[in-house]
Design a binder for this molecule. Structure first.
Ligand SMILES: *[C@@H]1O[C@H](CO)[C@@H](O)[C@H](O)[C@H]1NC(C)=O
Ligand SMILES: *[C@@H]1O[C@H](CO)[C@@H](O)[C@H](O)[C@H]1NC(C)=O
Ligand SMILES: *[C@@H]1O[C@H](CO)[C@@H](O)[C@H](O)[C@H]1NC(C)=O
Ligand SMILES: *[C@@H]1O[C@H](CO)[C@@H](O)[C@H](O)[C@H]1NC(C)=O
Length: 447
């Protein structure tokens, strides 16, 4: 009681200063950890929530039905990949805040994401990214924003990394210039064994905090079925992240081969070996779809050709009563129920937080092809393949190869990952954009 009184005064002041909509403690990044306003460390227990392809945060009634199940699961976060910044999100964001659930939202859309093969960072991208920030900074339960999801998917993609960092730099500068709260700006990486730990270190190594991410997150499906800390490769992920100066967490996890999913990796992430380094995990994903990663179903699949209801998209009903997928939903729920790390108090941690640093990775020909001392791309810059004069990337054919190459991760058993480093969500988005471009093509023909 006393302690909550002591905290309520600064809390109230902060609330008065910011013209925000809902009242929930904000999350901030300090050193390599996240904290609530009261100085308690924040660990993410999250779900990837893209119930509808364009924006799952506009249907308040549906959000409320789903949030009840999220709370039952023990989730305190969701990740959303696509939103419509012009829509009204107040109902869903308030319902989430009421349940103590925070949002991690991707700023890019199908047409504005940074591309691995011909990276650029331009005004159109900046404008779209900042529109999403403008909308979601209003909500105190926006925990973080992401400037990209799996931009790099192959070992040859390193030339795109400076463009990811340039986007983060400009989004952070915009956030500060607008006087917004210091909402952490991060990136969600594909788990590419050949780029470990260079990509991770590059994005977090600058001593100039304006030119590094506020957090780094990894989509990793290394732990499949009955595995272990060593066997899964999590021991290597831990080794690579030990002295990392900014927060790091799993932005997607939950290998689904073999079924059923038991989510035993959660006990490693929140257990002794990793809990001082990692800030939790986001499980892929909420809705059951063709890729079989769902925790919740709204009914059996429907042939798209015969589907007439507006609640059906891509062959799945996306509205109604959320029904847990059994036994996966309960398996995750029981895992999380036993995992409640307290972490470190901000007051004890603050001093050690400032001294953290890692070396920027050196450029290696044919491998990590980025000169760490080169200035970042400026807004409007496009990567030029093999141009020795390029100020941003050392030359070479870095950007020439496309996603076809099989960059196998360190996964030994992960069927999902034996063939490709990109995650189920990325596969789905690719399929979506192929369908989209097919439709545009058809339209063009018709015209
Ligand atoms: C700090 O705030 C969080 C979130 O509201 C709460 O769960 C936690 O118990 C609080 N810690 C203390 C020490 O009051
Ligand atoms: C900006 O970049 C995006 C993504 O690469 C691209 O689709 C778009 O055409 C670019 N816009 C301009 C004006 O160059
Ligand atoms: C840090 O980076 C920002 C953004 O690029 C730049 O404006 C600033 O001059 C840099 N500061 C130092 C000390 O180099
Ligand atoms: C990072 O992990 C890789 C395996 O994925 C390992 O080969 C490498 O030695 C690790 N590097 C460090 C610095 O721990």
């Amino acid at each position: 009681m006393l302690s909550s009184l002591a905290f309520s005064v600064p809390f109230l002041l902060a609330g008065l200063q910011a013209a925000t909509v809902n009242a929930v403690p904000t999350i901030s990044a300090v050193g390599s950890k996240f904290f609530y306003e009261n100085g308690t460390q924040f660990y993410i227990k999250g779900i990837a929530y893209q119930l509808t392809p364009s924006d799952p945060l506009v249907d308040t009634a549906q959000c409320k039905r789903d949030i009840a199940r999220m709370s039952e699961l023990g989730a305190n976060s969701i990740r959303v990949y696509h939103v419509d910044p012009s829509a009204n999100h107040k109902g869903c964001m308030t319902a989430l805040a009421d349940a103590g659930i925070y949002l991690w939202v991707d700023l890019d859309t199908f047409t504005t994401q940074i591309e691995q093969t011909s990276p650029q960072w331009n005004q159109t991208q900046f404008d779209r990214f900042t529109e999403v920030l403008d909308e979601f900074q209003k909500y105190e339960n926006t925990a973080g924003v992401l400037v990209g999801n799996e931009v790099l998917t192959t070992a040859e993609g390193s030339a795109a990394a400076p463009y990811v960092l340039a986007a983060a730099r400009d989004v952070k500068a915009y956030r500060d210039q607008k006087g917004y709260r210091e909402i952490p700006v991060g990136y969600s990486a594909a788990d590419i064994a050949d780029l470990r730990p260079m990509l991770q270190n590059y994005l977090g190594c600058s001593t100039n905090t304006s030119e590094r991410l506020d957090f780094y997150s990894l989509n990793a499906y290394e732990w499949c079925g009955d595995s272990s800390y060593q066997q899964s490769g999590y021991n290597m992920l831990q080794k690579n992240a030990t002295d990392y100066p900014i927060p790091i967490f799993f932005s997607e996890t939950g290998c689904n081969t073999p079924k059923p999913r038991t989510f035993e990796d959660q006990s490693a992430i929140f257990g002794d070996q990793m809990v001082d380094t990692w800030s939790g995990s986001i499980i892929y994903e909420w809705i059951e779809e063709t890729n079989n990663y769902g925790l919740i179903s709204y009914g059996p699949s429907v042939k798209p050709a015969t589907a007439t209801a507006t609640s059906i998209e891509d062959g799945f009903t996306r509205q109604g009563t959320p029904t847990p997928v059994s036994p996966d939903f309960d398996n995750l729920k029981s895992q999380w129920a036993t995992l409640n790390p307290t972490g470190v108090a901000l007051s004890d941690y603050k001093k050690s937080a400032t001294g953290l640093s890692i070396e920027c990775p050196a450029s290696t020909s044919g491998g990590w092809d980025v000169d760490p001392s080169a200035p970042l791309p400026t807004l409007g810059q496009t990567y030029k393949k093999g141009s020795g004069s390029s100020a941003t990337t050392s030359g070479g054919s870095g950007a020439s190869s496309t996603g076809a190459s099989a960059t196998s991760s360190s996964t030994k058993e992960g069927a999902a990952f034996a063939v490709s480093a990109s995650s189920p969500m990325t596969e789905r988005l690719l399929a979506g954009s192929i369908v989209l471009s097919g439709m545009l093509g058809a339209l063009a023909l018709w015209l």
